[in-house]
Design a protein around this ligand. Structure first.
Ligand code: ATP
Ligand code: MG
Length: 236
């Protein structure tokens, strides 16, 4: 089988001498949605940071479109087509919505207007609030700013760490719909989600991480149907 578009393979590493990830593997195919779930502290965010180059790996490697990018800085990965929305502090609260989007495009030298219109088409509320400070927006709207900012780099892979954290079920459904829309344009989505059931339902591929290691890996639907996954991670 051909190699996935983006893969963090057998990643081992942590923040100091202690390893958090133990030969952890995470991957996503072109235009597909891969979801990482697991208990608090399982290492989901750490795995995302490792894939994005924010963690020095003691073992394993990261490959994008067949190229080994393990040694690249996060900024160099952005230049290669990766975008990452971290779990916290993912917008500039004192800047306006539009300034946040402009910041997202800082690496670009071409005209960003078309991309900005695409982001506004995807999230119409952001156009309405474009001159408002991002910090004044609701939780769901802030997450839209964060995703929109990431899209401004015209990424091939969009990495999202808990994009629906703290939003209502209705807003979550809407955000998932937008994420599906983004994937349909050919952008790969790699995301961590606390709302495991709903996220696995839209996932082509799902990863259950426990203590920094892969516990279950399958299609989203297969994981949802697995009695052991249901009992241990989805509340029955
Ligand atoms: N910057 C850091 N320095 C040292 N240890 C850290 C750091 N960030 C996380 N850890 C530790 O790494 C482990 C995994 O944390 P991580 O944030 O990756 O988990 P998570 O699965 O994303 O959890 P959550 O669901 O709460 O977001 C935890 O034991 C945590 O205490
Ligand atoms: Mg986390």
């Amino acid at each position: 089988m051909a190699e996935p578009f983006l893969i963090g393979e057998a990643m081992t590493g942590g923040y100091g001498p202690v390893d958090i990830l133990h030969a952890c593997t995470i991957a996503v195919e072109k235009g597909q949605i891969a979801v990482i779930v697991g208990p608090n502290g399982a290492g989901k965010s750490t795995a995302m940071k490792a894939v994005f180059g924010m963690l020095r790996l003691r073992g394993g490697h990261v490959k994008l479109a067949g190229e080994d990018i393990t040694a690249l800085s996060p900024q160099a990965r952005v230049a290669k087509g990766m975008a990452f929305v971290p779990q916290t502090h993912n917008i500039f609260t004192s800047m306006t919505v539009e300034e946040n989007l402009e910041m997202g495009a800082f690496l670009r030298r071409d005209d960003i207007q078309g991309t900005m219109e695409q982001v506004y088409d995807l999230f119409p509320i952001l156009k309405q609030k474009r001159y408002q400070a991002a910090g004044e927006l609701s939780g769901g709207q802030r997450q839209q700013v964060a995703v929109g900012r990431a899209l401004m780099t015209q990424p091939k892979v969009l990495m999202l760490d808990e994009p629906t954290a703290g939003v209502s079920p209705i807003v979550m459904d809407e955000l998932f719909d937008r994420i599906i829309e983004v994937a349909r344009t050919g952008i790969s989505i790699l995301m961590v989600e606390q709302n495991a059931r709903q996220a696995l339902d839209i996932a082509d591929k799902g990863y259950v991480l426990v203590q920094g290691a892969n516990r279950f890996t399958d299609t989203g639907q297969a994981l949802l149907a697995d009695p052991e996954v249901r009992r241990s991670f989805l509340g029955g």
